[in-house]
Design a protein around this ligand. Structure first.
Ligand code: SF4
Length: 398
């Protein structure tokens, strides 16, 4: 592939032309100075689309159960009943955690769990009702398309009717997780019998049509290749053209440390540094005009590399403060469970961008141009190793 060919593709993108899947695949083959040109272009497209503000949301993750027998081969989170680490939170405990989050400034809670064999479909509604009873103003971002399918099946209703039921109970938006890679063969290897790609697409489109927006995600760096990423991007873009329901795209690098698939020798140890850069930057170019917000996952990338991707790679959102993060932590990610709002602001200023707190739908809730959010201790104390990762930010002046 020649420099000239990459240059022509990037020029076309800068002039507002839509990147084709074939062009995106060519960009994924780039290295060295060609990759640097892609990053510079993604950064220019980011600036034109959303300016120099980097946003984050104060959110608490509540993983209400890790009991699950589905057996996804990439998952280090699921436990069996009776396992010492198995967890099933009561409705009261879920609501208590949400109230506590609200006291710490959260505007959103993200609720996801394993597919517990003994819960009924109504349990998902009960969770929403319990939260809304105690924290009526909080935005509930809950239940992956796989949980939607599972709950609908347990209740014996269509996924559309189940979504309507959940909306009535207080559901705001859904996470576009469980997408992994929307490719039949890859999904068969990652998670046989799980939600199919067609079902994921159908549930997400149905939710969007009902006014329930979602995020879009991709888990990459396991048994997948760039052609799968491009096909995945294309499916997401086509959905967005049809429904306009995606709020953001969140690339999620595969965390391999405790994943059964990696132990069995069936997967790569997560994406490389260049792959992480390419996925974020090419996503910015591919979704230009359709999905404005490209999020970094600090849990997957680590706070320092997340900063680098925001500064150089076309991303514009730092994601959530999280407070309790169980899924990546269970898979072995070492970066802790919470970035406080003050640390978020300092990390964003350090890369020369303007920090702002947003809500789930990307409306700016509070710009931090001339003041800081209050200082607070992380809800779950950090290990010494985690503390050292954040020490630089804690020492900086506001
Ligand atoms: S990814 Fe979700 S559905 Fe699959 S095993 Fe883990 S908890 Fe269960």
């Amino acid at each position: 592939m020649s420099d000239r060919e990459i240059g022509r593709i990037l020029d076309r993108t800068l002039s507002g032309k839509e990147l084709t899947p074939g062009e995106a695949l060519r960009l994924f083959q780039a290295e060295g100075k060609e990759l640097r040109a892609i990053l510079q272009t993604a950064d220019a497209v980011r600036r034109a689309a959303v300016g120099d503000t980097v946003t984050f949301v104060i959110v608490r993750n509540v993983n209400f159960t890790n009991i699950c027998y589905t057996g996804c081969k990439f998952c280090g989170f699921a436990k069996r009943k009776g396992d010492p680490e198995a967890e099933f939170l009561s409705l009261d405990e879920i609501a208590r955690r949400v109230e506590e989050a609200q006291e710490r400034g959260a505007t959103e809670v993200c609720i996801q769990g394993g597919l517990h064999p003994n819960i009924e479909g109504t349990y998902y509604g009960d969770i929403l009702t319990a939260i809304k009873d105690r924290a009526p103003d909080i935005h509930i971002h809950a239940f992956s398309p796989f949980e939607i399918k599972y709950g609908a099946g347990r209740m014996g209703v269509s996924t559309r009717d189940f979504l309507l039921y959940l909306k009535d109970c207080g559901l705001g938006t859904i996470p576009g997780t469980a997408a992994e890679i929307l490719d039949v063969e890859i999904r068969q290897q990652l998670t046989r019998d799980k939600l199919t790609a067609a079902e994921w697409i159908d549930i997400v489109k149905t939710a969007h049509r009902l006014g329930i927006r979602s995020t879009a995600t991709m888990m990459y760096g396991h048994i997948d290749r760039p052609e799968h990423w491009v096909a995945h991007f294309n499916i997401l873009r086509e959905i967005q053209k049809e429904t306009g329901g995606f709020t953001e795209f969140v690339p999620l690098g595969f965390i391999h440390w405790d994943a059964p698939l990696y132990f069995a020798g069936g997967a790569r140890p997560g994406p490389t540094r260049d792959e992480n850069l390419k996925v974020h930057a090419i996503a910015r170019l591919f979704f230009n005009g359709w999905i404005n917000h490209i999020q970094v996952s600090w849990v997957k990338l680590g706070p320092r590399f997340a900063q680098y991707v925001l500064k150089n790679g076309g991303a514009n959102d730092f994601g959530g403060t999280l407070m309790n993060e169980s899924i990546s932590r269970s898979a072995g990610a070492p970066y802790g469970q919470e970035v406080t709002p003050l640390e978020m602001c300092r990390m964003i200023r350090e890369i020369g961008r303007r920090p702002a707190r947003r809500n789930t739908l990307y409306q700016i809730a509070e710009p931090y141009d001339d003041h800081d959010p209050p200082d607070m201790e992380p809800l779950v104390p950090r290990t010494a190793e985690q503390s050292s990762l954040f020490a630089d930010f804690a020492r900086q002046p506001g």
